[in-house]
Unconditional design. Structure first.
Length: 126
């Protein structure tokens, strides 16, 4: 039990490490094209969404096999690369599960309250 948790933590941590590096490299590559718009972040978010969709589809076929790989690549790598991919997947899961309004509320609250909390945090320490 404990060894499985440790293996899972190592898998997620390893994936996060490489996902974070990949995010940084994409941001560096996009730096020259920014011109006032966050192209690097947009690129990372969209790539992360596509990647988590591919991985989710592939791992759903394995039915439990490759659990550590799924954690390493989805929670770890995609999570380190962008949490927007997980957010998008969770919104889709809510809607696919028949909770369309819950999915819409999740997206709306996450974006609106998220921006409001960034503003609040900024002004609290400014």
């Amino acid at each position: 039990m404990i060894s499985d948790i440790v293996k899972n933590i190592v898998a997620v941590g390893t994936g996060s490490f490489f996902g974070g590096i990949a995010r940084y490299l994409v941001s560096l590559a996009m730096k020259g094209s920014a011109k006032g718009f966050p192209w690097g972040t947009l690129t990372v978010n969209l790539l992360g969404c596509f990647l988590i969709g591919l991985l989710w589809g592939a791992f759903s076929r394995l039915s439990g096999e490759g659990c550590h790989w799924a954690l390493l690549l989805t929670v770890g790598f995609c999570g380190g690369f962008t949490t927007f991919s997980t957010f998008s997947k969770e919104a889709l899961l809510l809607m696919q599960g028949g909770n369309v309004w819950g999915g819409i509320a999740y997206v709306a609250v996450s974006v609106i309250v998220g921006i409001a909390l960034v503003v609040a945090g900024y002004f609290l320490v400014r």
